[in-house]
Ligand binder design. Structure first.
Ligand code: MSP
Length: 624
């Protein structure tokens, strides 16, 4: 059995999990599940990066000890992963003993090999990023990575001789074209490596940062957080403690990361491994970013998307589906709730959910709630069978090429095709014509497609795929080849059915319109009955400065209105004017007079102008 070892970055615990964390984790989870489905033995690792300045500061801000802060944040991440149905095999936290031991062993090994030396270090340090920069690295005197200000620091530190592995690394990347994926990222790293590669400062003096793993050869220092974090990929599988286990899983097949952390993974990590005499991971895949309003999410911009709210509204599986369907891995993609709702309604509710409900309903109506058996296959049936099986092959190839967006489009196209098949074969007509065998074949064929779709979509939507299968009482399992055969369903099985798989959701109306006004729907607007009216008479309301008492003709019917127009119009000016009236307003008494409607006028704060038509219209005409 082939093995497949896949990892996500380990996330910082200085912030709540957001859409970006959820994306990488769902991506890795989906691939882990596909590879299990394809019959491979999978080890899927995720976890948390718990040391370093940012975490120490986050804990300080909250006034709790760092470990307590980490434990609480770990609970949040794990809670989200549980809700999202993440099927990790291990959850590594860098504060765990097993990890700390491995980091110290690795550093000890590198130290003994002469790969680490002590030297004074002076440089520009970005506190939030915990990185030193040289003068020429800076962008306008600021951190080239995050743009924030840097401070000048000088101190003794330990260095890893990274620079001496530069040439080797360039050759390695050139000889292994699929080591760094996609290609654009590989070129980016090769470009980066055209400049001389310096050595890497791997320590932080304890007086400045205590929240870290002590260096095994100098207890006055803790390990630089990236050296600590990267080691997770080997500490989790027992690098220095369980040789058999390590041999079984290493090298990792895929490190999935976002493009923001490419250099650390594609330069620091390979050189560290090489120096320690450990094989490199097979592939590093850097995906793009989810952008919100065309920009990267960030707390300061206030555009951070929190997955929990979306999961509550649309369910974890629809959210997973959207993330996998709407990003071409490697490129950036825009996130919006409207796009999510659009996908949900079109692909999941209309195409997939609808197919299942139709088939289940027809089995209930035409074949007594039991799955019918197929009769002879005609050309349309054959086309459906062959097309479906061909598409299954394409789905698998897309998954293997990491194009989950294509894989899902292909899978939903299978559902669409089957809906068209039902339109063409029209079992409802066949039933009326008494052609029971044909009804049986068509429903059996549609059932088979649904069974296969349950398997194909399971890695992306594990719970909904389970619901789909239980509605048809399918307990499929077993090897991939067995699942994608045609004719697995057992005729005669009772089909229990169930509620709609994806009940349609209404697109959420933006809460505010112009100047903070609540938005209304077209139905709301249509509640107003607006009519053209002609003013028949007008006179002041006695005892008031502002009010006029008008009589208007709204087309064969007269209405009296009280309007606050006296400051803007003289009564005689109004007689004969064509105006717009809300005629279905509940009457109200003003100064003892019943006002039976309301005139429309424009108010610019200074004067009031009645709305009148620019051509003659008869009273009673509807205003739309
Ligand atoms: N702790 C380091 C990683 C150490 S791995 C040895 C770290 N953590 S992080 O919490 O900042 O997570 C970074 C990862 O989150 C990115 O690599 C990416 O996988 C994901 N994302 C963060 N923002 C993102 C988007 N806007 N879009 C997609 N994913 C992004 O860096």
């Amino acid at each position: 059995m082939d093995k497949f070892y896949i990892t996500t970055p380990i996330y910082y615990v200085n912030d709540e999990p957001h859409l970006g964390h959820a994306y990488t984790t769902v991506l890795a989870d989906t691939l882990a599940r596909y590879h299990r489905l394809f019959g491979e033995e999978v080890f899927f690792l995720t976890g948390l990066d718990e040391h370093g300045q940012k975490v120490q500061e986050a804990a300080e801000r909250r006034g709790v000890p760092p470990q307590q802060h980490c434990d609480e944040m770990a609970g949040r991440f794990l809670d989200l992963w549980r809700k999202l149905g993440i099927s990790h095999d291990d959850f590594l936290r860098t504060t765990q003993e097993r990890h700390q031991r491995a980091v110290q062993m690795l550093l000890g090994l590198l130290y003994e090999k002469g790969e680490i030396y002590k030297a004074p270090y002076e440089g520009w340090y970005c506190i939030p990023d915990e990185r030193f920069w040289t003068e020429k690295d800076l962008a306008d005197g600021r951190c080239p990575e995050c743009g924030r200000s840097v401070v000048r620091l000088s101190e003794d530190n330990y260095f890893f001789r990274m620079g001496r592995h530069q040439e080797w690394l360039v050759h390695y990347i050139e000889d292994h074209p699929d080591f760094i994926l996609p290609e654009a990222r590989r070129n980016e790293i090769l470009g980066f490596l055209r400049k001389p590669l310096g050595d890497l400062c791997i320590s932080r003096p304890k007086f400045r940062l205590s929240w870290g793993i002590p260096l095994p050869f100098d207890p006055d220092y803790v390990t630089y957080v990236w050296v600590d974090a990267l080691t997770n990929y080997i500490s989790a599988i027992g690098v220095f403690e369980d040789e058999a286990r390590f041999r079984k899983w290493w090298p990792a097949d895929f490190h999935f990361i976002g493009k923001d952390i490419l250099t650390t993974h594609a330069v620091y990590w390979p050189t560290m491994l090489h120096a320690a005499g450990i094989e490199l991971p097979r592939h590093i895949f850097a995906h793009g970013w989810w952008l919100v309003d065309e920009r990267k999410m960030s707390k300061s911009r206030g555009n951070v998307v929190r997955p929990l709210e979306l999961i509550e509204k649309y369910g974890p599986d629809a959210f997973r589906y959207f993330l996998m369907r709407d990003m071409a891995p490697g490129q950036d993609s825009s996130f919006s709730e409207e796009a999510l709702v659009g996908r949900y309604n079109s692909d999941l509710a209309n195409d997939l959910g609808n197919l299942l409900s139709r088939v289940v309903r027809m089995i209930g109506q035409y074949t007594g709630g039991r799955l019918p058996g197929p009769d002879s296959e005609d050309l349309t049936d054959r086309e459906l069978r062959e097309e479906t099986l061909r598409a299954v092959g394409r789905v698998r190839r897309h998954v293997e090429a990491l194009r989950l967006d294509f894989a899902l489009e292909e899978a939903i196209e299978i559902a669409r095709r089957t809906n068209r098949y039902l339109e063409r074969t029209a079992p409802w007509r066949l039933y009326k014509e008494g052609r029971r065998e044909r009804v049986g074949t068509v429903l059996y064929y549609a059932g088979e497609v649904l069974r296969i779709l349950g398997d194909l979509l399971g890695p992306v939507m594990p719970r909904k795929a389970g619901d789909l299968k239980s509605q048809l009482d399918i307990c499929s399992g077993g090897a991939w080849d067995e699942r994608i055969r045609w004719g697995v369903l057992k005729p005669g099985t009772e089909v229990p059915g169930g509620p709609p798989l994806f009940p349609r959701v209404r697109p959420e109306v933006p809460k505010q319109g112009v100047a903070g006004k609540a938005l209304i729907t077209i139905e709301d607007f249509q509640k107003l009955d607006l009519r053209m009216a002609e003013v028949v008479s007008a006179e002041p309301v006695p005892g008031t400065q502002k009010l006029l008492h008008l009589e208007v003709d709204i087309g064969g019917e007269r209405r009296q209105l009280v309007a606050g127009l006296a400051k803007h119009y003289r009564p005689e000016e109004l007689v004969g004017k064509s105006v717009v009236v809300v005629v279905n307003l509940k009457p109200t008494r003003i100064r003892g007079i019943e006002s039976q409607g309301m005139l429309l006028a424009a108010d610019d704060g200074e004067s009031l102008t009645l709305l009148t038509p620019d051509r003659k219209v008869r009273p009673g005409a509807k205003v739309r």
